[in-house]
Design a binder for this molecule. Structure first.
Ligand code: V47
Ligand code: SF4
Length: 371
């Protein structure tokens, strides 16, 4: 069977020896080294990378593609930071908002009963503290006890926890006691310290991001991880990012999904940088799937890449299309994404997955199938 898989990968094209050695390793379930990861980016032809990523996807998730009924709430876009790629914060966006707890509660009440997950993330507001965010969780849980709340990126957490004088473990423990169920993957951007300094120097450091996720995992709070790619970083810096995530996951196994986030260039300080091609996007998905052998899921966040390319990504290692969203996020519509009102019904998600000849599976936040 394994030799058959190897032949399927090789039959496609004339693969250089170095790459066929990597392919053999991947098919046999062996780990790819950082230099091999860079080689995949530099020399791997798209069809070859897709086939190899498919081997890993098949092994982990078969033909199943997951989606969830979810919605987002973005409490504010007023931010202490000034990330150069950001089109969303009040520094660049023409709009400005800061929702009260009551206003957020109204949004929660307005959502349909069958929604499983609420994703809360936003800017780093100078005046909001951990008790505001704790109370928000308590009141959401009182209103909808069964709703899974995936909330606050590590950057928001870093700011509110430092402001409170608690340490990371105390801060996360407090929020968990208020109802925090898991943590989204935002704020990771690119871990390489030089590029991070250039594009978002005011933000929490890579070490802070990793420490918050590690501590969360120790407290049984699962999380996701992201990477912002397609701006100033090179392939070695992408692999360095994946390597730091893989190493942490080896120790904690607390990450559910990795989500590559393509840099979108409308209306921000980095608008002069052209967006990368779709070929580059699909290479990114494929190499991530191959490299992150200990991550159960690879997610394409369709409001960021567009639903058509999200569908194509299913042939490059992706097994998770996030969710229905219900037109509740502005991060990508403000940065130039095709979907200005991101919302898909479950029926539309199912149709999109079936058209790609995959099996749609509605999941909960822990990737358990909903029946
Ligand atoms: O950290 C901001 C990114 C992230 C731009 O965990 C941009 O399930 C591209 O993390 N171009 C926040 N990206 C969103 C996020 C997320 C999204 C969906 C699902 C999950 C999850 C997490 O958005 C930020 C930043 O990396 N971002 N501006 C931009 N112009
Ligand atoms: Fe603030 Fe987040 Fe935008 Fe950075 S990316 S400026 S932290 S809202």
């Amino acid at each position: 069977m394994q030799e058959e898989q190897i032949r399927t990968v090789f039959d496609l094209i004339n693969v250089p020896v170095a790459l066929s050695d990597i392919a053999r390793k991947v098919v046999h379930g062996e780990r790819v080294t950082p230099s091999e990861g860079i080689m995949l980016f530099e020399q791997g032809e798209l069809g070859f990378l897709g086939k190899l990523a498919d081997v890993v996807r098949q092994r982990k998730n078969g033909d199943e593609v997951f989606y969830i009924r979810n919605f987002h709430i973005e409490p504010t876009n007023i931010c202490v930071n000034k990330c150069k790629f950001c089109s969303y914060s009040h520094h660049f966006s023409k709009t400005k908002w800061e929702l009260t707890v009551d206003e957020i509660l109204e949004k929660v009440k307005a959502e349909a009963d069958n929604v499983m997950e609420l994703h809360i993330t936003g800017a780093v507001h100078p005046d909001r503290d951990i008790y505001y965010y704790g109370e928000l969780l308590v009141r959401i849980k009182a209103e909808r006890p069964g709703l899974h709340v995936k909330a606050y990126s590590a950057v928001e957490l870093d700011y509110m926890i430092k402001k409170s004088g608690m340490n990371v473990r105390e801060g996360l423990g407090y929020l968990k006691s208020c109802g925090l169920d898991s943590i989204p993957g935002g704020g990771a951007e690119i871990f390489d310290e030089t590029i991070r300094q250039e594009i978002c120097g005011m933000k929490s450091t890579s070490a802070d991001w990793l420490k918050i996720h590690e501590t969360a995992h120790e407290l049984d709070i699962p999380s996701n991880a992201t990477m912002l790619y397609g701006h100033k970083e090179n392939y070695a810096q992408r692999i360095d990012h994946l390597e730091r995530l893989r190493e942490l996951q080896d120790r904690t196994m607390g990450f559910n999904a990795f989500i590559p986030l393509k840099f979108r260039n409308i209306n921000n300080e980095m608008s002069g940088i052209p967006e990368v091609s779709v070929t580059e996007d699909m290479k990114m998905y494929a190499v991530a799937r191959i490299y992150l052998d200990n991550f159960p899921h690879l997610k394409a966040y369709w409001p960021a890449v567009g639903r058509k390319f999200a569908q194509v990504s299913l042939s490059f290692g992706v097994d998770d299309l996030d969710g229905t969203i219900n037109d509740s996020t502005r991060i990508y519509s403000l940065a130039g994404a095709e979907d200005q009102n991101p919302a898909m019904t479950a029926m539309q998600m199912i149709a999109l997955i079936r058209e790609a000849k995959r099996i749609p599976v509605e999941r909960d936040s822990f990737y358990q199938k909903c029946v």
